[in-house]
Design a protein around this ligand. Structure first.
Ligand code: MG
Ligand code: MG
Ligand code: MG
Length: 307
């Protein structure tokens, strides 16, 4: 029976590239079952840039996990899994996020606070002495650069940098900063997209303190270009909030050059959220200087405040 390796819904570069690389590694480690990299959503422009650059095929689309054996990478959170995962079987988890996982049967569960899932996978290749092809090294490098925002995000570890240095010559990339900017630029052109399309690119839902929270993150090289479209964003956010029964919905327009987030917010707990970040929320907006990481700088303080 095929084992599918799949990242979270609205997959980012790490979710796609970790699935592809981990499948390659598993096969080379002599997996007895068929291993197939998968994705539970569309490939975004940034990931497309990486896959094209390194001539790598898309993972298969897995939208329904009914009856499927699955390895989760880059997430464990139930809300981020493929549809009907409860009607399939999770056989392993490899992740670097908050852990929200309960299962009756024992499985291999590997989570650590690395900057990306791809960092962990790259280390496994090196540790096990398994041949790392140029394209796999390239997509792993792309995912590390993406998740750590060119090592600017506070989630970055020394190991992310060390592993990236080792991947560079294999991937034949000389200038990581330039490679990173090209990659983030590939998903710019935000103004050709609707607010709905932009939000969908990187939207995650969480259950925090019994409340449903939706947070979109848009990584830009210039967040100010999206600022004038606030009303359009708020309209889409309102719809999503109502439809999903959310307590709070936030859109983080992350400026990777200025290193901060212009944030749009709709919330039933608006005062609490303003207090949590030490900001007065004006007209459903606030600016969060120094914030680049949703999972380290937004989700944990929210969870603490809402619990
Ligand atoms: Mg991810
Ligand atoms: Mg990741
Ligand atoms: Mg990201």
């Amino acid at each position: 029976m095929t084992i599918y390796i799949v990242g979270h819904k609205n997959p980012d570069t790490d979710s796609i590239c970790a699935a592809i690389a981990y499948a390659d590694l598993k096969r080379k480690m002599g997996a007895t079952e068929e291993i197939s990299p998968a994705r539970s959503g569309d490939i975004n422009d940034e990931t497309r840039f990486i896959l094209n650059r390194f001539n790598t095929k898309d993972p298969v689309l897995l939208t329904d996990a009914t009856g499927k054996k699955v390895i989760l990478v880059d997430h464990s959170e139930p809300k981020q899994r493929p549809e009907n995962m409860d009607k399939g079987e999770i056989v392993e988890v490899l992740d670097h996020h908050n852990i929200n996982f309960v299962q009756a049967t024992p499985i291999l569960f590997h989570a650590e606070p690395a900057g990306s899932t791809s960092t962990i996978i790259a280390r496994m290749y090196f540790e096990k002495g398994i041949e790392l092809p140029k394209n796999i090294a390239g997509i792993l490098l792309g995912a590390i650069i993406s998740d750590t925002v060119i090592f600017k995000s506070p989630i970055t570890t020394q190991e992310d940098k060390d592993i990236a240095e080792k991947l560079k010559p294999i991937a034949e990339i000389n200038d990581l900063e330039k490679f990173g900017i090209d990659m983030f630029n590939a998903k710019s052109g935000w103004n050709e997209k609707t607010a709905e399309q932009i939000i969908k690119t990187d939207y995650k839902e969480y259950e925090l303190g019994g409340k449903k929270i939706g947070i979109a993150q848009v990584e830009t090289v210039d967040a100010s270009e999206l600022e004038p479209r606030k009303a359009e964003f708020l309209e889409i956010m309102k719809k999503r909030k109502e439809k999903g029964g959310l307590d709070t919905i936030m859109v983080l327009l992350t400026d990777i050059m200025k290193e901060g987030c212009l944030t749009f917010i709709l919330s039933d707990s608006i005062d609490l959220i303003g207090k949590t970040f030490g900001k007065e929320i004006k007209e459903n907006g606030m600016y969060l200087p120094g914030v680049l990481s949703r999972k380290k700088q937004i989700v944990p303080p929210l969870e603490k405040a809402l619990s």
